[in-house]
Design a protein around this ligand. Structure first.
Ligand code: ZN
Length: 304
């Protein structure tokens, strides 16, 4: 820990260490009680499984610590099943989304229903406008989404959603963006904190210790049944084509899904944790309020 380099206003439950790139990485640990009571978070992703896989432990931790949560699913997930038709796939993933929201303890899901794998054809201003409406309606303080600056992302649904989220976060605080919202009773409301995850390389400045919410995370992943089954069966088919098999994955049903979750996700979280001396962790590019200004405010602001 570099002396003198720590931000003065350090939040409860956080420690800082030097990151691999020389920047500062905050370790966020479980907090006591419900310090986030009264705050709202939104998980905004195109696909049902994005959040549970990359941020399920952190979202579960923040919900435990008092946040109210919403899930905004921007695509209709019509392409993600192993053997169903397109229409059956939409319905199966819609039902799994409801199960996910109940399992992790969020209030509800908003399905924006843009066509899966076709989101690069969506007007960015329309998607952004719909997010601004929801951020104001729900008074969202904190978002989870893909990192709009993450590298080597191949899925247009991911980067289109990420860019719309990032812009909507600050524009939702603007008085003259969609001024008609005010007539409907919605006030401008900017998002203060952002936890961005990525499939490829990204700037990591926040590592969250999820050792206390691993159970909740895997229950959340398990609720994405249609998608996990797709992953298992795709892998089995690929292995069969190579005249191979993994005995733990060809037993079918729930058993194969459990083994896949262990192999693909539990091991990944443990490997991230190991880098930071933790049992299990998730990594983020975190953007929050300016710490210098927050520190000044906490020391000088007076009650009106
Ligand atoms: Zn995805």
């Amino acid at each position: 820990m570099a002396g003198g380099l720590l931000p003065v206003a350090q939040a409860v439950g956080q420690t800082s260490v030097a990151g691999e790139t020389g920047g500062e990485v905050r370790i966020e640990r479980a907090a006591n009680g419900t310090p986030h009571a009264g705050k709202t978070l939104a998980l905004v992703t195109p696909h049902l499984d994005d959040g549970p896989i990359f941020a399920g432990g952190t979202v579960a931790k923040l919900l435990k610590e008092g946040y109210t949560g919403y899930f905004i699913r921007t695509s209709n997930d019509e392409k993600d099943s192993y053997a169903m038709s397109l229409g059956e796939t939409v319905l199966a993933n819609e039902r799994d989304s409801e199960t996910f929201v109940k399992t992790i303890g969020m209030k509800r899901v908003f399905d924006l229903s843009y066509r899966n794998h076709r989101m690069d054809d969506v007007a960015r201003t329309e998607l952004r406008g719909r997010l601004i409406f929801l951020f104001r309606l729900l008074k969202v303080d904190t978002v989870f989404s893909y990192d709009p600056w993450g590298h080597y992302e191949e899925n247009p649904d991911h980067y289109v959603t990420a860019q719309a989220v990032e812009a909507a976060c600050w524009m939702s605080g603007g008085r003259l963006d969609f001024p008609e919202h005010e007539a409907a009773g919605l006030r401008p409301h900017g998002v203060r904190e952002k936890y961005y995850f990525a499939r490829g390389p990204q700037l990591v400045n926040r590592v969250v210790d999820i050792s206390g919410t691993r159970k909740e995370k895997f229950a959340a992943i398990r609720s994405c049944r249609t998608m996990i089954d797709h992953m298992v069966e795709d892998l089995n088919a690929d292995l069969a084509a190579r005249k191979l098999r993994l005995p733990e994955l060809d037993q079918g049903g729930d058993k194969a899904m459990e083994e896949y979750i262990r192999l693909a996700f539990e091991r990944r979280d443990a490997a991230i944790g190991k880098k930071h001396g933790l049992e299990a962790a998730e990594e983020f590019h975190y953007i929050g309020p300016d710490p210098e200004m927050e520190d000044y405010i906490s020391r000088h602001a007076v009650t009106r």
